[in-house]
Design a protein around this ligand. Sequence first.
Ligand code: XMP
Length: 508
Amino acid sequence: MHFEKVIVVDFGGQYNQLIARRIREAGVYSEVVSWETPLDEILIQKPKAIVFTGGPAAVSEENAPTIAKEIFESGIPILGICYGAQLTVHVLGGKVEQAIHREYGKKDLRVEEHPLFKAVDKETSCWMSHTYLVKEMPAGFTAIAQTDSCPVAAFANDTAQIYGVQFHPEVLHTPQGSQMIQNFLFEICGCKGDWQMGNFVEKSIAQIKEKVGDKKVLCALSGGVDSSVAATMIHRAIGKQLVCVFVDNGLLRKNERAEVEKVFTEAFDIQLITLDARQTFLDNLAGVTDPEEKRKIIGETFIRVFEKAAKDLGKVDYLVQGTIYPDVIESGTKNAAVIKSHHNVGGLPDVVDFEEIIEPLRDLFKDEVRVVGAELGLPNHIVQRQPFPGPGLAIRVIGDITEDKLSLLREADYIYREEVKKLAVVPWQYFAVLTNLRTVGVMGDERTYSYTLALRAVSSLDGMTADWSRIPLETLAHISNRIVNEVPNINRVVYDITSKPPATIEWE
Ligand code: XMP
């Protein structure tokens, strides 16, 4: 199988995968490699084009990331973005200098007649983020776009097919940036656009088949999108050599275990071992009220339960992880303060006896993973599933956890979700929280003293920030009615109208 490929050389910029993604969106397969990759390893892949990303360094700094000059003699079209553009100028003998002011944010951009700007407005805008400027271009280059403070906002050498843009065409703040990337691919490099997500699936399956051969693979399935898609893809490649393990920790939503079992064993015929650890988790959590403590206990219990199962299974050759690209970035940020300790399958590699990890979704964004899932035939309720935290309902029962409280929450949450799903626009994430507050109510002629349930619904792109959803009041009224009537021991329902920040999405 051979598709056209564009190699994105990463110089440490924050948007590096986004560039690859924009190229894939245009129908051309793209992969990111480090700037330290030897040139022959890049060239052997016969890329149709090479793109240099931005990066935080300055080209003149000692030990700044750089590139072999020979890459510009390869005859392969090159597009440098931000640092990548400055590096191109620097390596080819031009001059880059520190700007008087850092140029940051959305700027007006004037573009000239050039294939890179086909169908782009002469006066458009772009996203700038740089402190260095091209002062002098190497021989053979001309400027093809300007901003007020940046006379060389884009440059070209059409004979050598080498281009550079000082701004970021890959971000949404450059409204015609995708058009520019497409122009580079189709007008300049002559790409055909022969790639779709289906090809990625086929290619990955073929690679997994070849790599795994007749060996044994283990996957911890959580029922979430990422691990489900990863498992299904591996299963498609190697069938019964894959064993999936699903831990029922008793902190799942109503019907969740049955749904996972149904999809994976009935629809896909995947070897699935369900470990029923409900009691172990409840015992370990008994009397614990501190949110961080709960998370730690759940993480540790998961590892211990899995360890036992892994011992029974014996040595496996590969361990599958559903790591996706945002996880790769997140684990790379060492300085962020810990607001909540997140753990899903963290720690597993320590207790499973395996040779190597396989991460088939490592280069993809969440919505790309969903497309892959749909390609593999996974049902919508899995592929479009809303985020669900690893510690599950334990962090949605405030205070100490008992089976009674969990089952109250399960029922109320089910009603809430059932009703919200009927809305024309379904929020990004929505769930119920059982508070540990009891209040007085009246039902029939009787006094009640029961729990208060909180409803939460948010819109968000990635969970990092979120706004509370304006669910229609009639819907909220109907949900509240249903819950207090159908779920015993809940006599009050409140709706959370706080955004993140200052609140977080989950209550614990
Ligand atoms: P917070 O509450 O931090 O949540 O605003 C942001 C997003 O992350 C989810 N979340 C978790 N996901 N393991 C996960 O996989 C966890 O421990 C965890 N804690 C929170 C949360 O549901 C929201 O989508």
